[in-house]
Design a protein around this ligand. Structure first.
Ligand code: CMP
Length: 139
């Protein structure tokens, strides 16, 4: 089925001017960018977005990293978009990611791993509405 998933191009990637290269990987794999904006997250917004990781040891560092520069939040649409995007991104740890994936090609570390993608259809719906109004999504 055609699905939508939330993607974030993280500060390590915007800093290195990789937005276009990463978007080319999405588009080359049949994912369509149906909404996109470059924003500066605040501590409150990043903290709320990553609320599920609140008890994890990496939470504070993750929030600091995510506000260290602009991010590009986007909605990707396509057949099986949630799983497709996770395959295109590769494993969270770039050392474990397959060679053709975004993280293997571009990520700096498990934290500065260039992209975020929703991990389930249900989370995708919540994460998309966290950042986008329905009127901002234009298929
Ligand atoms: P993301 O898909 O955005 O979801 C949680 C993020 O936490 C993850 O990508 C990584 O950027 C970051 N992170 C930092 N350290 C770890 C870790 N040890 N395990 C998992 N995620 C981590």
């Amino acid at each position: 089925a055609v699905e939508r998933t939330l993607s974030i191009i993280k500060p390590d990637a915007t800093r290195r001017n990789l937005t276009g290269k990463i978007n080319a990987v999405f588009e080359g794999n049949g994912l369509r960018i149906v909404a996109q904006k470059r924003i500066q997250l605040t501590k409150a917004t990043a903290g709320a977005f990553y609320e599920v990781h609140k008890e994890r040891p990496f939470y504070n560092d993750l929030v600091s990293f995510m506000i260290s520069g602009p991010v590009v939040v986007q909605v990707l649409e396509g057949e099986n978009a949630v799983l497709k995007n996770r395959e295109v991104m590769g494993a969270t740890d770039p050392k474990k990611a397959e060679a053709h994936t975004i993280r293997a090609q571009f990520a700096e570390s498990i934290e500065a791993n260039s992209v975020h993608g929703s991990d389930s259809l249900e989370n995708a719906k919540n994460e998309i509405s966290f950042f986008f109004a329905g009127t901002e999504i234009l298929p």
